[in-house]
Design a binder for this molecule. Structure first.
Ligand code: PNS
Length: 164
């Protein structure tokens, strides 16, 4: 039974994330998505609980994919889940430096855990959660960027932000 974890902020999950999740679900027996608050990013738009619910809806069709939230180190989360593999998507060279640094330092801290990179499918190579939030904030339709279940939630959240 090979388990992999796929950690990230997922604020919100995009079609690019979902593509990586689906491909990981074909490669591994069990994939556990780990949702966290990334301390190096500004305040998240969605709470961790909201992000977990959105992801659970998104992956409902994939029986070997599970969603959890965590705090602390990703390598500790991997060990808690009995996983020796961390999956990360690589979009372009911009991602490479920081992802390589994280993979290498994680492997020093936890030699039993390795990071496997999946190259993002070309059609999603430009896509990021921050970009989705910016387009949605200024009123653009983000239906081509996020899973269908996420669309009304992002519209509602942005609306609430603007009226408050
Ligand atoms: O979706 P993100 O925000 O790019 O994901 C970043 C993530 C979760 C991979 C990274 O911030 C992370 O692993 N955070 C947990 C804390 C940790 O393990 N730090 C050591 C590696 S820098």
């Amino acid at each position: 039974m090979i388990t992999a974890v796929y950690p990230g902020s997922f604020d919100p999950v995009t079609l690019g994330h979902f593509d990586i999740i689906k491909r990981a679900s074909y490669l591994f027996d069990r994939v556990v998505i780990g949702v966290l608050n990334n301390s190096s990013k500004k305040q998240a738009l969605f709470s961790k609980e909201e992000r977990v619910i959105m992801l659970e809806e998104t992956v409902a069709e994939l029986p070997n994919v599970f969603v959890r939230s965590f705090d602390g180190l990703v390598v500790d989360f991997a060990r808690e889940q009995d996983a020796h593999i961390i999956v990360r998507g690589l979009r372009a060279m911009g991602d490479f430096d920081i992802e390589l640094q994280m993979a290498q330092s994680n492997h020093i801290v936890a030699p039993d855990v390795d990071t496997l990179f999946l190259s993002t499918s070309v059609e999603y190579s430009y896509l990021s959660s921050s970009m989705v939030k910016e387009y949605a904030y200024y009123g653009a339709n983000v239906k081509d960027f996020v899973p269908a279940n996420v669309l009304p939630k992002i519209e509602e959240k942005i609306h609430l932000m603007k009226v408050n």
